[in-house]
Design a protein around this ligand. Structure first.
Ligand code: B1M
Length: 211
């Protein structure tokens, strides 16, 4: 059976075809799909995030690792769906208006998707009205906002205000994150949750839906 550490290691090295092959081998060997996801793909992704924070990895390495993650997910996604590790809730996700950074937001989306949330990823530079419109259309449980600039994190407050003015504040929860964002800022603008990284975003999203 494929070693899950080997999957994580190949992902860190950005070897997409190898990750896919090993994930398939693990599945064929009867390994638990959730375990392959957690101890293989997500474990590898978490190392990539750490290395990036420490400047041991730069953007290209991160993007290549994300591509390897996707290759592994091609094998796991249908099985996760089959096992009904899905239906946890719907998250409308995006990077706020004026902001073009999407690497962290994409990681958050992938990890949430990996544990069974339905992700509606709006992309980058998203206006408050767009978040609300799509959240209504998709009957979303959560809106996830990412901002990487101190100037654009202010837009998060606008999204919360727009949600409140439409009478949806109690129905849809807001989770925020991004390098300059803090718990204090989240408290100040009335967000329901803040997460410093993608792994905590998964925990926080689950926690918000349980309350
Ligand atoms: Co820019 N950039 N950038 N940039 N960029 C930063 C953010 C900066 C800190 C660099 C610096 O000066 N040291 C700085 C911001 C300063 C500030 O406001 N405090 C900055 C700047 C100034 C700019 C420009 C203005 C530069 C210019 O043009 N003069 C410009 C702005 C463009 C715009 O948005 N309008 C700009 C442009 C760019 C690129 C396009 C070149 C590129 C982005 C490519 C892309 O995203 N597709 C880029 C990059 C790559 C960076 C750095 C180097 C890396 C960001 C990143 O991807 N981190 C960044 C410096 C840095 O952070 N070291 C920098 C890796 C990623 C995994 O981490 O995004 O933090 P992060 O996401 C984490 C957590 O924050 C959290 O989980 C993620 C995974 O663990 N998280 C959430 C994120 N979103 C979340 C949402 C959640 C929960 C958790 O809930 C929904």
């Amino acid at each position: 059976m494929a070693d899950l550490k080997q999957i994580a290691e190949s992902l860190i090295q950005g070897k997409g075809p190898k990750v896919k092959e090993l994930a398939q081998k693990a599945v064929d060997g009867g390994e638990d799909v959730q375990k392959i996801l957690n101890e293989g793909l997500l474990a590898g992704m978490s190392v990539v995030g750490d290395k990036f924070k420490k400047n041991e990895f730069y953007v290209p390495e991160v993007l290549i690792a994300v591509r390897a993650m996707r290759a592994g997910m091609e094998v796991l996604r249908p099985l996760l769906a089959e096992k009904n590790i899905k239906g946890q809730g719907t998250v409308v996700l995006g990077t706020v208006k004026g902001n073009l950074h999407d690497i962290g937001k994409n990681l958050v989306g992938m990890m949430l998707e990996g544990v069974g949330f339905e992700i509606v990823d709006l992309g980058i530079d998203i206006a408050p009205e767009k978040f609300i419109q799509v959240a209504k259309e998709k009957n979303a449980d959560i809106i996830g906002l990412s901002a990487l600039l101190t100037t654009t994190m202010l837009v998060m407050k606008d999204v919360i205000e727009a949600l409140t003015s439409q009478g949806l504040r109690k129905k849809i929860k807001i989770i925020i994150g991004g390098a300059p964002v803090t718990q204090e800022y989240g408290d100040e603008i009335g967000a329901d949750g803040y997460a410093p990284d993608a792994a905590s975003a998964v925990d926080k999203t689950k926690e918000l839906l349980a309350t």
